[in-house]
Design a protein around this ligand. Structure first.
Ligand SMILES: Nc1ncnc2c1ncn2[C@@H]1O[C@H](COP(=O)(O)OP(=O)(O)O)[C@@H](O)[C@H]1O
Ligand SMILES: [Mg+2]
Length: 447
């Protein structure tokens, strides 16, 4: 809730005395002590009652204060976090006041100051929420105020994403440690080996597809989309007995056919459709296996993952250009198959990993389909419209972003878009064909 501050005679806005707990507490305590002192001189029954009431009030106020404090500390989880959060809340509030971001009219004696809440979620991030009041400056000014408030040991944290809640009542900021490079830097193929269903995307960010299925990556040419997908391909190939189907409209993976089963790479539209239909058949078969599993184990909600079935992955780079080359009938068929895969795949360990140019130009994938992807990555700079399409209304900070970086949201991990770093495969040539071959052999167990 907003608080009202009053301008004092030095032209500084402060919380007025009557709105401060310690003023009232001091007053009651003073009166209680006074009544005690008077008690030494005068003896009266009424004075006794007054003394008792005042001291009771002192105790009640103290208990109330301790209760509130304990509640806040428990909510913050540790005392250290509580201190970090409350002191950051104070500094941010001060900064909002100092720059008058809270009110355009500087000459009023009273001013409404928004409630500021800070959540210390380090090492992942720090979240800041600022109540939106009428007449408040736009999100960019607030971002500056917040950035300038975090100094000292939190000085490496800066706002990476800012948004306003859909009801328009709260500004939400995510601050990340921008001084630490989170790029997943790899020197050997072994470092890329993950437990089945698990994908590492960057330092400190892994997703388990069994829990959070499907991943989509948008980005214009040269932003590192293929590199990102290849890092996922290599990891998926190394999962024990996994099956990866590759849709390759730009014919970038055809060299893999030297060692890779021909029926798992499709370049031409008709081959793609045939391959997807085959995957849908596999899904149906698996649904039967899972249904039998439910009967045998007498457990509802059982998944292929719980039954130890190895994952199936459909990896598609540049689906936009694939769809662009289809006629209407093929488009319809393609979308029907993709819809089946993303909807039914999750319970039978069949996952889509898609890469395409932009959520705006590729209207191929309806928002219904997009919403099935638990992890979404948007590489490179993008305007608000594109960000809104990618992240279902949640907007990352506008402005330019460095090459090979972007934003991501991931169900169960992020509350709003966060900074994404394209993995570094090129420094040690890990995107070489011979490494992809090696990864495939590791997955087959012929390592
Ligand atoms: N993190 C990175 N740092 C430096 N160069 C990179 C990085 N990621 C990719 N590259 C290089 O940038 C170029 C474009 O990357 P690519 O993944 O093919 O982009 P896209 O598929 O989006 O067009 C490639 O030559 C690739 O080796
Ligand atoms: Mg590419």
């Amino acid at each position: 809730m907003a608080k009202t501050y009053k301008k004092n005679n030095r032209n500084v806005y402060k919380i007025p005395l009557y709105a401060q707990f310690w003023v009232w507490f001091g007053l009651v305590l003073g009166l209680a002590i006074l009544s005690l002192l008077i008690g030494f001189v005068v003896i009266s029954q009424i004075l006794g009652i007054v003394q008792f009431s005042l001291w009771s009030l002192v105790v009640i106020l103290m208990i109330w204060r301790v209760y509130l404090l304990t509640k806040s500390v428990i909510k913050a989880e540790t005392i250290g976090r509580y201190i970090t959060q409350t002191s950051a809340e104070k500094v941010v509030t001060k900064s909002l006041l100092a720059t008058m971001s809270v009110n355009r009219f500087q000459d009023t004696p009273y001013i409404s100051v928004p409630e500021v809440r800070v959540f210390d979620r380090r090492p992942s991030h720090i979240a800041v929420e600022v109540e939106k009041l009428a007449g408040m400056y736009d999100i960019d000014n607030l971002t500056e105020d917040i950035n300038s408030s975090f100094r000292g040991k939190l000085g490496d944290y800066a706002v990476t994403s800012a948004m306003i809640t859909t009801n328009g009542l709260i500004y939400k900021f995510v601050l990340e440690d921008v001084a630490t490079d989170k790029t997943w830097r790899l020197a050997t193929l072994d470092q890329m080996k993950q437990p089945s269903h698990v994908l590492t995307l960057q330092e400190g960010l892994t997703v388990n597809l069994a829990d959070f299925p499907h991943l989509i990556c948008w980005g214009k040419s040269g932003q590192g989309k293929s590199t990102t997908l290849i890092s996922l391909l290599v990891q998926a190939l190394m999962w024990s007995k996994s099956k990866v189907y590759i849709i390759d409209p730009k014919n970038e993976f055809s060299a893999m056919s030297e060692f890779y089963p021909a029926d798992r790479i499709a370049v031409e539209v008709n081959d793609v459709l045939r391959m997807l239909a085959h995957v849908c058949d596999e899904i149906s078969e698996r649904q039967k296996i899972v249904a039998d599993g439910v009967k045998i184990h007498q457990k509802m909600g059982l998944r292929a993952y719980d039954l130890g079935l190895s994952p199936i992955v459909i990896m598609a780079d540049e689906i936009g250009s694939l769809v662009a080359s289809m006629d209407n009938k093929q488009k319809k068929e393609f979308l029907a198959l993709v819809t089946q895969i993303v909807q039914k795949g999750r319970s039978v360990s069949c996952f889509a990993i898609f890469g395409t140019q932009s959520p705006k130009t590729d209207t191929t994938l309806s928002s219904d389909i997009r919403s099935q992807f638990a992890t979404k990555i948007l590489l490179g700079s993008a305007n608000g419209d594109i960000q809104r399409m990618a992240f279902d209304g949640e907007v990352a900070t506008k402005g330019n972003i460095e090459r090979f970086k972007g934003f991501y949201v991931s169900d169960g991990k992020t509350i709003q878009p966060m900074l994404f770093h394209v993995p570094d495969l090129h420094s040690h040539n890990l995107n070489d064909l011979k490494n992809i071959r090696k990864a495939y052999e590791i997955g087959l167990g012929i390592d």
